[in-house]
Design a protein around this ligand. Sequence first.
Ligand code: BTN
Length: 319
Amino acid sequence: MFSLLQLLKDGQFHSGQALGERLGISRSAIWKQLKALERELGLDIHKVRGRGYRLADPLSLLDSGEVAPAGMFPWTVHIHDVIDSTSAEALRLLQANEPAPFLVLAEQQTRGRGRRGRQWVSPPAQNLYMSLAVGISGGARQLEGLSLVVGLSVLAALRAMGLREVGLKWPNDVLVGNKKVAGILLELVGDPADLCHVVIGIGINVNMREMDGGIDQPWTSVRLELGHTVNRNRLARSLSNHLRDDLARHEKDGFAAFRAEWEEAHLWQGRAVELASGVQVVRGEVLGISEAGALRLLIDGSERQYSGGELSLRLSDDS
Ligand code: BTN
């Protein structure tokens, strides 16, 4: 389906026969894929006898010149049409000694991964899937609160696109109300006490409108919230700008410099929550975040702090 999109993205007419020849499939297979494109991506495809098919509006696919104009970012950019997972690809590149930092983006992921072993639903040409590989040389302290800082970068980029009602849920869900609009997954390779790399994986539901099954939690997209499609290249560039600046500030000043801003953006500040870690569940009230990015909970009158990627929060009146 994606190769067909590549052929049609110019908005010009293409005959069914020419499309079939280019892709090595029959005209009826082309027709089926066109129907799938209309249904799944909400694309308008015009058919004119004798001329063929064309997209009503040219489609903007990811473009490295638009995502990262020359000299704007300290990283190289790799864009794929289809990949298993941009984070898996970034880890493979690190393994092959590709010098960090670098950014991997894809139009579609076949095995997008989310936190806690979940899948990240990644249909083609609608959303952003990106992974930034960076080197960490300052030891474990440089990792403290890093994923929370990335949440702030995503938030700033979404706000710049006009999404106002967006906030964070510890540790790094990006939500509109209780619906997830973006997710962040950090994966570490090497020795955190010495030299290591972090792959910062970010998925943003940008123009996705419907998804039959597959997503096991309430979700929304920027388009559903704003009522119009969003230019993914612009969003990726804006997010890259925020990431570049926020990561540099985090390296210099640590998470302490972001703590107040993070608490300000926390949708569940002061709420009664449950925190699940493996089989253990604790209940308490959210006091805020520590200078290291740990969650501070008030439990039976005393404060306790929790950190770690496997924890998840839910409102205690959620059943
Ligand atoms: C979450 O579960 O909230 C985290 C989702 C992270 C998804 C992104 S999409 C780009 C990168 N590649 C992946 O396979 N996962 C991350």
